[in-house]
Design a binder for this molecule. Sequence first.
Ligand code: PRP
Length: 210
Amino acid sequence: MKKITFALPKGRLFSQSIEIFQKSGILNENIDQNTRKLILESKDFKFLVVRSKDVPVYVESGIADIGVAGDDVLLESNPDVYKPVDLKVGYCNIVVAGKPEDKEFYFSNPSNISVATKYPKITQEYFSQKGINVKIYELYGSVELAPLVGLARFIVDIVETGTTLRENGLVVIEPIRPSTAKLIVNRISYKLKSEKIFPIIEKIEEYLRN
Ligand code: PRP
């Protein structure tokens, strides 16, 4: 049978995911992460190294059986996949941020505001629900620049350590929700490869319980 394929976001969450797989006894080998290779292999698994936003695409399409993605990514793309386990890593907060002097305007019940973000769907839903018209500037990175140069007054972004906001003179204005990494599973793989996938989920759950 083919190896079970994981889509893992490159960066810190990649090594944290591998560590969880090792500590839960699913993976008994070391994976060399000091490489530019995009497909890493162990005896039983393949690991695809992808951008965090792309994980749901690989899992929903069935190219990967299993993936690891943050709530930020999942809320934005809303993929049709199983989300069986909260991996309790990748803690961050999705927030509205901006310049401290714009706090007063934000809470003055404005009818229109402008927001730069990598998360247009989360942003639209959040402000629609508040009854505020939002002009969204979708960016692909360095979102904190937008309020500094006047592209948008506010940003919706994830905050992990707070360093990027702090170093750019921005503050959290309103928290939207916390986000952690979830294990996601392709729906067809979940049924057709259950004899391999169920033990993986069980071992991870057991490890996280202890
Ligand atoms: C993310 C996020 C913030 C930063 C938050 O960006 O969009 O900019 O990390 O982390 P901090 O609170 O620990 O500073 P990322 O590093 O993924 O880079 P990007 O701007 O290129 O998307």
